[in-house]
Design a protein around this ligand. Structure first.
Ligand SMILES: NC(=O)c1ccc[n+]([C@@H]2O[C@H](COP(=O)([O-])OP(=O)(O)OC[C@H]3O[C@@H](n4cnc5c(N)ncnc54)[C@H](OP(=O)(O)O)[C@@H]3O)[C@@H](O)[C@H]2O)c1
Length: 269
């Protein structure tokens, strides 16, 4: 089975690639940077923002696992991918989205500045669902690996500002990758149940446990963020407490020697 992983060089994609290979797939990766193929992985250069190289990348791929994404513009990226995949006759397009994509209202410039990411994920979801291609979309909460990078950056400051009332339900990237690959190899299923980590944490708790693991001392300062989207976020629109199916805890993730963000992202491709 030929599979294309967009974003196969990213935090999640690099966990998806080896799992697809273990399942017997012939894997290629779409990346903006030209790279030499490694082992039996083929790298194809392309940019979903401009469309350059995308048609060649999808050609012949029976499955596409679409993990490429950024802070903004994911709707347009998905649209370009879908157009190319439709021409290529892809048999299954699998998309990774975020819990809350459909629940965070964007009604002002402030909302968009802080939460435009969710808006673009919803636009991408719609592009996939309306593509006419057989599709599956999985919404997940934030990955431990990404949360770690975030708190690592925040902890560089002598005083760490933390949005008051924000909560997260982070999940192990490996568990997300397992589920994505299971879905990719199965029949197209549309929008499947969300996937969330085992526990909901106050953001300040996540920061403090990181500081503790690293033996760092910082003042954690709650800040109040304005806007309608921030209010809905405080109400838990990014959480999936009924789908708390992740097994590895944040504390175990930190204790497993991944308390440096580089350690958690250096594996794989
Ligand atoms: N991480 C999370 O907590 C989380 C939670 C829910 C959903 N998601 C979703 O999961 C997906 C993967 O997230 P991630 O954390 O793995 O992201 P990431 O580490 O930032 O990686 C992003 C990937 O997207 C590729 N990419 C970005 N712009 C591209 C473009 N214009 N054309 C082609 N490739 C492009 C990058 O490839 P190159 O740099 O090699 O071109 C890279 O491999 C995203 O859609 C994200 O929204 C992530």
């Amino acid at each position: 089975m030929k599979a294309l992983v967009t974003g196969g060089t990213g935090t999640l994609g690099r966990l998806v690639v080896p799992r697809l290979q273990e399942a017997g797939c012939d894997v290629r990766i779409l990346s903006r940077q030209g790279r030499d193929g490694r082992g039996d992985i083929e790298f194809l250069t392309g940019d979903l923002a401009s469309g350059v190289g995308v048609q060649a990348a999808v050609q012949g791929a029976e499955i596409i696992v679409h993990c490429a994404g950024g802070k903004k513009g994911d709707g347009d990226k998905a649209r370009r991918l879908v157009q190319a995949a439709s021409r290529a006759g892809t048999r299954h397009l699998v998309y990774i989205s975020v819990v809350g994509a459909d629940r965070i209202p964007i009604s002002s410039g402030i909302d968009r500045a802080m939460f435009g990411y969710f808006e673009s994920k919803l636009a991408a979801e719609r592009g996939v669902a309306d593509s006419g291609l057989p599709w599956t979309t999985l919404r997940v909460t934030q990955l431990y690996e990404s949360m770690l990078m975030l708190v690592h950056q925040m902890a560089r400051l002598p005083v760490v500002p933390v949005p008051a009332g924000w909560r997260f339900q982070p999940i192990d990237g490996c568990e997300v990758a397992d589920r994505l690959v299971e879905l990719a190899l199965g029949a197209p299923a549309g929008l499947v149940p969300d996937l969330g980590g085992p526990r909901v944490y106050e953001m300040a708790e996540l920061v403090r446990s990181y500081l503790q693991t690293r033996g760092m001392h910082r003042l954690v300062l709650p800040i109040w963020l304005p806007g309608n989207a921030a209010r809905v976020f405080r109400a838990g629109a990014n959480l999936a407490p009924d789908q708390a199916v992740g097994r590895l805890s944040w504390e175990d993730f930190l204790a497993a020697g991944t308390s440096s963000p580089m350690a958690s992202t250096s594996a794989g491709t």
